[in-house]
Design a protein around this ligand. Structure first.
Ligand code: HEC
Length: 179
């Protein structure tokens, strides 16, 4: 008689094949109970909205991973940051004025002071996007690899601040009017 067969027989009998009533190992049973307790806790925490939902978790992770994305940039305070604007002006004069003129009136590149935009609607986020990627086929460089992220942001803040100013020799509007 093996060790197992000392266990009591059940009354199941199928064509002479009998079944032993082996109790499950204790460790297995406790593990099983533990998964139930964990499952109830998990369901309560996430299922009833006590914990974060998937979107909140994604956003939290994205904030950590990409501190410079649109999501993390506070455009409103950036637009009003005088230090950024000043830093941006120096970069603008050095790198952009050749085509857009010092006062933004436009020459090879479009007028940056008017309410007409070829790319986007003149929001700071749109300006950053076009300066980043450029329009290489039209002669506007992609500045992403030429300027540091901070400088790119600064020069965009400066361009944004040119809106509504009056340049000496404004180039005729190009693109779409933005109310
Ligand atoms: C070699 C000339 C040249 C230089 C230098 C240049 N640009 Fe441009 N830029 C252009 C041209 C040309 C366009 C128009 C692209 C088009 O027609 O789609 C343009 C478009 C733009 C636009 C979009 C305007 C609109 O109406 O949508 C912005 C913003 C801009 N440039 C900013 C800058 C900034 C900031 C710099 C400096 C970091 C810069 N540019 C340097 C030629 C230039």
């Amino acid at each position: 008689m093996s060790e197992l067969e000392k266990e009591p027989l059940t009354d199941h009998n199928y064509d002479g094949i009998q079944e032993l009533d082996n109790p499950l190992p204790r460790w297995w049973v406790y593990l099983f109970y533990a998964t139930i307790v964990f499952g109830i806790g998990y369901f309560t925490y996430y299922g009833f909205g006590i914990g974060p939902n998937l979107n909140e978790e994604l956003e939290a992770h994205m904030r950590v991973l990409t501190p410079k994305t649109e999501m993390a940039i506070d455009y409103e305070s950036l637009e009003k940051d005088p230090a950024k604007k000043e830093a941006g002006q120096a970069i603008y004069v050095a790198k952009c004025a050749a085509c857009h003129l010092t006062d933004g009136g436009g020459m090879i590149g479009p007028n940056l002071t008017d309410n007409y935009w070829i790319h986007g609607t003149g929001r700071l986020a749109d300006i950053i996007a076009v300066v980043q990627k450029g329009v290489p086929e039209k002669g506007m460089l992609s500045w992403e690899s030429l300027l540091s992220p901070d400088d790119l942001e600064a020069v965009s803040v400066y361009v944004h601040s040119l809106k509504g100013t009056t340049p000496a020799t404004p180039k005729a509007p190009q693109g779409n009017p933005v109310p």
